[in-house]
Write a protein that binds this ligand. Structure first.
Ligand code: ADP
Length: 705
């Protein structure tokens, strides 16, 4: 049996040998890999519970975990060993090793006594020291504090040996309570069965939080830990372990450090009660359902987002369109909150008055200050109505511009929001610049007034001139009547005396005298005719002719006229024809005036026609009118003369140059008389073919009795 010191001395010699052996082994492994795997070696390893150094995971099949199993597993894989893990307590493990039932025992702390019984490899897997743990309230930080107290320790452990010696040396009365596992040590400490518990720093720091314990400042016995074999057995295993450890320890990225990191820095896995496992299951299921829900939700959100984006886009477009429309329309917008008096104005509302957009903050008071003094009252009244009934409104009023000028505007709008009590909360609308329209209206009003004045003035003038005209007409008639009388008296004397002379009753006259006196008589007659016509015309025009209607038979009137013109017609070889379909018909009109008209027209026809015929036709038209039509086959009237044949004193020059007599007054008088009877004379004529004069009177034919 060798002491540890001896082993240390030997180590330096063996290290050289091992370096050579390792190099050889590596060479063999590289060049002849089949050798290592050709004869797989089974290694039985003892496992006990000392988490995190070594422990058993029992979910399903029991398998070892922790620093020792992890490293050994790594070595076994590289060496081609097959490991058989043999689980048991610490004591069981040691006994099995002694009996050769296992090849290696894990986590064996070195001591001189143990070195007698087991063999260790050279490089410690890890160094461990012991620590005293207590509940935080116990406040134990020196050995003296343990006097009269009980301390739990793992039975048969190095700690037990060392602490027993320490307690003995200190002379304090410390009760040592053996426990079967380090967990039991902590359980006894945590539940108050003992005052303190001893554990290696690895286990202690790993589990103290779980048991609610704190580390004290009492630390002792730093001990290296190894795999151990039965004395004199399995030296190859120990050597292989050393070879790997020496390589790993030099390489900070090696599996050795990874393993230490994994087991020493992580917290112990939280032990879950069975209900918690169920809860975890249920939660997992719920999570799965939630996940599906979430995926669906996300899909929906995405669809909704797309929809919202499209809607937003549409809204933005609509807003832009509205903005452009408003810009184009030159309307200002207002948004009024009667509750607070706040008013929001669009930029156009400001610029309309010559201000910069947002040049000042608008509210109801500022707004009222801008309103023309004369418009304030109606506006106040209107605003009152709007806030009371919220109905659409439109009002025209003046606002003061920045320049001080007044601008006519039209405010239109309506309530857009009311509270539960029906109180109007928000009113929106537009302001329109109507100054141009107002100016046009004012100008129009001015025109209207001046036009009315003008009309009044002209009417007055017209009345005056009308009176003058009436007076003048009356004076003219008076003059003509007087003159006619005064002319007719000497004329009648001239005609009478010239007739007396030509009759031979006052003595024989020579042929020449007869001819001369005949000329005097003809001229006298023509003058008389002229005077009579002038008198007739002026009488009609002066309104001095009175109509005396009576029942007459047109056939009789026409027949009488025919007779009076017959001598001339016979003389000229003309045929006279009367066409009277309703011969017995009677009408009611002024017989003398009618005869005067017809005699003139028929007389003209006979007078101007040189051959052919003259016809007179009477007809009852549609029951409301009667027609007299005189047609001839005379020379006709040139087109440019037709319009003038009814003018007084107008005579159409005859192509034949014949002098046919007349005064040019006949048709003028006839037309005036026709008007007097409510009718009208019209003429159609074709030069060289004849003329037709038509008299229409607005009277009905009276059916025959
Ligand atoms: P007058 O006394 O000269 O007949 P009227 O007023 O009766 O005056 O007629 C005006 C002119 O109209 C005549 O001078 C004649 O030139 C023309 N006129 C009237 N009737 C006829 C007719 N039937 N045929 C041709 N010319 C006519």
């Amino acid at each position: 049996m060798r002491s540890r010191r001896e082993r240390s001395g030997r180590w330096r010699v063996r290290r050289r040998f091992r370096a050579v052996a390792l190099a050889l082994a590596t060479l063999v492994a590289v060049t002849v890999p089949a050798v290592a795997t050709a004869q797989p070696q089974t290694v039985r390893v003892g496992v006990y519970e000392n988490e995190p150094k070594i422990f058993t995971i029992t979910d399903g099949e029991a398998r070892p975990s922790g620093i020792f199993p992890n490293l050994l597993q790594q070595i076994a894989e590289e060496e081609g060993w097959t490991i058989v893990w043999v689980h048991g307590t610490w004591d069981e493990g040691l006994r099995a090793l002694e009996k050769g039932e296992i090849d290696l025992m894990s986590d064996v702390g070195y001591s001189a006594e143990r070195d007698e019984v087991y063999d260790f490899h050279q490089i410690a897997v890890l160094n461990n020291w012991s620590c005293i743990y207590t509940t935080p309230e116990a406040r134990i930080d020196e050995m003296a504090a343990l006097n009269g107290r009980r301390v739990a320790v793992l039975a048969g452990s190095i700690q037990e040996t060392i602490f027993s010696q320490m307690a003995e040396k200190s002379g304090y009365d410390i009760g040592i309570v053996p426990a079967s596992s380090l967990k039991e040590v902590f359980e006894l400490t945590a539940n108050g069965t003992v005052d303190a518990g001893i554990a290696n720093n690895l286990f202690g720091d790993y589990f103290r939080q779980e048991y609610g314990l704190a580390r004290t400042s009492i630390v002792f016995g730093s001990v290296p830990f190894y795999f151990a074999t039965q004395e004199g057995q399995n030296a190859d295993l120990l050597e292989a372990i050393d070879a790997h450890l020496s390589t790993w320890i030099r390489d900070s990225d090696s599996v050795y450090y990874q393993t230490l990191d994994r087991y020493l820095t992580s917290q112990p896995p939280t032990r879950l009660p069975s209900w918690a496992v169920w809860a975890v299951g249920v939660i997992t299921a719920l999570l799965a359902v939630s996940l599906i829900g979430m995926v669906l939700l996300r899909w929906q959100v995405r669809a909704k987002t797309r929809y919202l984006e499209a809607a937003n886009e549409a809204t933005a477009q609509a807003e832009e369109t509205l903005r452009l429309a408003l810009e184009a329309s030159h309307e200002g917008i207002f948004d009024w909150y009667p509750g607070t008096g706040e008013i929001i104005w669009s930029p156009r509302s400001y610029t309309m008055l010559g201000y910069e957009p947002d040049e000042f903050t608008m509210d109801i008071k500022t707004y009222m200050d801008l309103i023309h003094p004369d418009d304030k009252e109606p506006i106040t009244e209107k605003l009152g109505q709007i806030t009371a009934n919220g109905l659409p409104f439109s009002i025209e009023f003046r606002l003061r511009c920045k320049s001080g000028d007044w601008l006519w505007t039209n405010g239109r709008g309506m309530a857009v929001a009311s509270d539960a009590q029906g109180e109007v909360q928000r009113v929106m609308g537009t302001n329109t610049d109507i100054s141009e329209r107002k100016q046009a209206e004012e100008e129009l009003e001015e025109y209207k007034v001046s036009l009315e004045d003008l009309v009044e003035e002209r009417t007055r003038e017209l009345k005056e001139s009308n009176t003058e005209l009436t007076d003048a007409n009356a004076a003219k008639s008076q003059f003509l009547t007087t003159m006619s009388h005064e002319l007719r008296t000497p004329l009648n004397s001239i005609i009478g005396f010239s007739g007396l002379l030509t009759s031979g009753l006052v003595g024989e006259l020579s042929q020449e005298q007869l001819f001369q006196i005949g000329m005097i008589q003809d001229s006298g007659r023509h003058l008389l005719e002229l005077i009579n016509d002038i008198l007739d015309l002026s009488k009609v025009e002066a309104g001095a002719v009175v109509v005396h209607p009576s029942r007459i038979k047109p056939a009789e009137v026409i027949s009488a006229i025919m007779e009076s013109v017959r001598p001339l017609a016979v003389q000229k070889g003309l045929e006279l024809r009367a066409e009277i379909p309703q011969e017995q018909t009677t009408i009611e009109t002024d017989k003398d005036r009618l005869r005067q008209i017809l005699l003139n027209i028929v007389g003209n026809a006979v007078k101007f026609t040189t051959q052919g015929e003259v016809s007179v036709r009477f007809e009852c038209l549609d029951g409301k009118q009667v027609m007299f039509r005189v047609s001839d086959t005379g020379p006709g009237i040139p087109a440019d003369e037709i319009a003038h044949v009814f003018d007084a004193f107008h005579q159409v020059e005859q192509k034949s140059g014949a002098l046919l007599g007349g005064t040019g007054m006949g048709l003028a008088i006839s037309q005036d008389l026709a008007h007097l009877l409510g009718g009208e004379i019209t003429v159609t004529s074709a030069e060289g073919k004849g003329s037709t004069f038509t008299l229409i009177l607005p009277i009905a034919c009276i059916p025959q009795d």
